[in-house]
Write a protein that binds this ligand. Structure first.
Ligand SMILES: [Zn+2]
Ligand SMILES: [Zn+2]
Length: 281
């Protein structure tokens, strides 16, 4: 069984009710934070997860909305753990430089806390793994595979497939439809995908907003990817513009035009569980 919780369903557009892009995935006693947007630790606490208990952070790409709260995750894990608790971070090439710069920005804070607390003697430890494809994690029954996505000119960008005990979820991140995502998502129980209402965004007067259309999937494109991959459930997130309560059926209808499976969308903390025992139960 794999449980996924949308911690943040927002986007760079600030919304008082939606945290930034981030999804929590738990499987086989391991807890993965996929992307790390605005307000993620507040939502993680509401979902029962703490920074200190994360097994690893997985980053689909280095766009600011997906990594704004990296420093919060790193610092909070560090100060709430007794003894060493290295944080594995798996992301595309470029991740190590971002982590290094984040730690550099935290240097004053790190020196204050080491100076003040007798039991903090080492800076936070982050272990970065950079990948664009292949198996990146295989531990205690949980396997994670990555594949490149297409969010150009942002590159490289990756999607994650997390498998445990016959269940599988794929986290696409921000991407236009592409063959490598189709292959990674093939046959998965659930696909978590960024979705843009292209019908609304293309009417917006600001060119800077309309620019986002060329490197994200519309709701219909995300649904078509789900259909090609033959997944059972499509989970939409990272709504642009923000999903207005009451308009869920509009989004569902756009997805249903391309995909006959189950479609999940909603507010932060929406939880979706997949796996054999769920089907049976
Ligand atoms: Zn992006
Ligand atoms: Zn984004």
């Amino acid at each position: 069984m794999i449980e996924l919780t949308l911690l943040g369903t927002g986007s760079p557009m600030v919304d008082p009710n939606r945290a930034g892009p981030s999804t929590l995935v738990t499987a086989g006693g391991q807890t993965f934070l996929v992307d790390c947007g605005r307000g993620v630790l507040m939502r993680a606490a509401a979902a029962g997860a703490q920074a200190a208990g994360l097994t690893a952070v997985l980053l689909t790409h280095l766009h600011s909305d997906h990594i704004t709260d990296l420093s919060d995750v790193i610092t909070t894990r560090w100060v709430t753990t007794i003894g060493p608790n290295p944080l594995p971070v798996i992301g595309p090439p470029g991740t190590a430089a971002v982590i290094q710069a984040t730690l550099a920005a935290l240097a004053p804070d790190i020196s204050y806390r080491i100076g003040h607390h007798a039991d903090i003697t080492e800076p936070p430890e982050v272990v970065v793994h950079e990948h664009t494809d292949g198996v990146v994690w295989d531990r205690d029954g949980v396997r994670i595979t990555v594949a490149p996505t297409d969010h150009r000119p942002v590159e490289p960008t990756i999607a994650f497939r997390i498998e445990h005990d016959g269940a599988s979820v794929v986290l696409a991140g921000d991407t236009v439809p592409c063959a490598s995502l189709d292959a990674l998502a093939a046959g998965a129980d659930a696909l978590v995908h960024t979705a843009i209402r292209s019908d609304i965004v293309e009417q917006m007067p600001a060119q800077r907003i309309r620019d986002i259309l060329d490197y994200h999937s519309s709701v219909q494109q995300a649904a078509a990817t789900a259909a090609r991959a033959g997944v059972r459930t499509l989970v939409l997130t990272h709504y642009v513009p923000p999903l207005v309560p009451g308009q869920e059926d509009q989004w569902r209808a756009l997805a249903a035009a391309e995909f006959g499976g189950r479609v999940e969308l909603g507010d932060d903390l929406l939880r979706v569980t997949v796996g054999a025992d769920v089907e049976a139960g």
